[in-house]
Design a binder for this molecule. Structure first.
Ligand SMILES: Cc1cc2nc3c(=O)[nH]c(=O)nc-3n(C[C@H](O)[C@H](O)[C@H](O)COP(=O)(O)OP(=O)(O)OC[C@H]3O[C@@H](n4cnc5c(N)ncnc54)[C@H](O)[C@@H]3O)c2cc1C
Length: 326
């Protein structure tokens, strides 16, 4: 059963920010994650601030520099339907298509997808784990088949969003409004590692609102993709995934941004893959080196070593496709 809380529906960003001033309210985009967390007692709140009436947070439109402005209330289905996303930001289009189910994509928003809580079954269950204020990560010595192989430190969740690694690869930036200022946060700096603070997933303060996500215009020669492997094809979170945005100069990779999903508590930058392919043509030896680099330094837990060959295979497949111009 849902616990009691009040719900307010401000009609403007200024009103919404004022509603957050007392510190312990929670934002509601589409509510597909928030209401599940409240229902399951993952956390509680006296007040939910619904953003649904704020028109300025809606819409997807080209920006004056040729990039794309995605309102934080744009739904995942709206991303999929956008011709601009489909034609110019293929990694994001592919990522949006594998988020959850059609119903959840119709309701879930871009900001909610970026800010959703982790899916760890200990965190979501009746365990007073480290992330919920306890002193222990139960996954480390427990059922850790869906947990991280990089960056665990003391909490071994994986970041759940599919759009986050794609947006990070594409160089997207979040615009964030707070009570006294507006700031920009690159998507690749939005999420927090457990070593920084095991109780927070993002750098956003409780009185801040993510208002839009801005994509730069794609540079000439850019090819991008997102692919994930999941336990079942109908809907599920990534066991392993990879988002790539490569800028080609002829057959040579001039610039690369590569992020893994299902790997770490944050979208995980695969710097070794980027180094292995930058300045090179994607021949078989280069791709093999990149696949090895994707898992170099990984620290699999007792039950998730299977992720290593998955990541190797995904990186190999996607590089082969991008090299072929697909
Ligand atoms: C069964 C199921 C399967 C799923 N499968 C996938 C999947 O495969 N891939 C995937 O990526 N996701 C998946 N999800 C997650 C789903 O995509 C997200 O729940 C959805 O995108 C979240 O959007 P929302 O608007 O409903 O978020 P909400 O539930 O409204 O919010 C989620 C979080 O973000 C915060 N928030 C919302 N808007 C803002 C804002 N503007 N500024 C700051 N904070 C904000 C909220 O306070 C809350 O903490 C799944 C969810 C379910 C229930």
């Amino acid at each position: 059963m849902l616990p009691s809380f009040s719900i307010v529906r401000p009609a403007s960003l200024a009103e919404a920010l004022a509603q957050l001033a007392d510190g312990d309210a929670r934002l509601h985009g589409g509510g597909t994650d928030l209401l599940g967390c409240l229902h399951d007692g993952v956390f509680a709140t006296p007040k939910v601030v619904s953003l649904s009436r704020i028109q300025e947070l809606r819409g997807i439109a080209r920006s004056s520099d040729g990039g794309l402005r995605i309102g934080s209330l744009a739904t995942i289905s709206e991303l999929i339907a956008s011709g601009d996303v489909a034609e110019r930001y293929r990694a994001l289009h592919q990522a949006a298509q594998v988020v959850a189910s059609p119903q959840l994509r119709n309701q879930g928003t871009v900001a909610g997808n970026l800010c959703q809580k982790p899916r760890c079954w200990y965190y979501r269950g009746e365990f007073h784990c480290l992330r919920k204020g306890g002193d222990h990560c139960f996954a480390h010595d427990g059922e850790n088949q869906y947990h991280c192989i990089f960056g665990g430190d003391k909490c071994y969740i994986v970041h759940p969003s599919d759009t986050a690694p794609a947006l990070a690869a594409l160089g997207a930036v979040c615009r964030v409004s707070g009570p006294s200022q507006t700031r920009s946060v690159p998507v690749d700096a939005l999420h927090m590692r457990p070593s920084q603070d095991p109780h927070r997933e993002t750098v956003l303060e409780p009185d801040e609102i993510l208002t839009e996500v801005v994509l730069p215009p794609p540079a000439a020669g850019t090819r991008s993709s997102y692919r994930k492997v999941r336990p079942r094809a109908s809907w599920n979170f990534a066991l392993a995934g990879v988002a790539l945005a490569l800028r080609f100069d002829g057959p040579v990779v001039a610039e690369a941004r590569v992020f893994l999903s299902g790997a770490a508590p944050v979208p995980w930058r695969a710097a070794g893959v980027e180094q292995a392919i930058t300045g090179r043509t994607l021949d078989a030896a280069t791709i093999a080196a990149a696949a090895d680099a994707a898992v170099a330094g990984a620290e699999p837990l007792a039950k998730n070593g299977y992720k290593l060959p998955l990541f190797r295979g995904l990186v190999t497949d996607e590089l082969e496709k991008l090299a072929a111009g697909a």
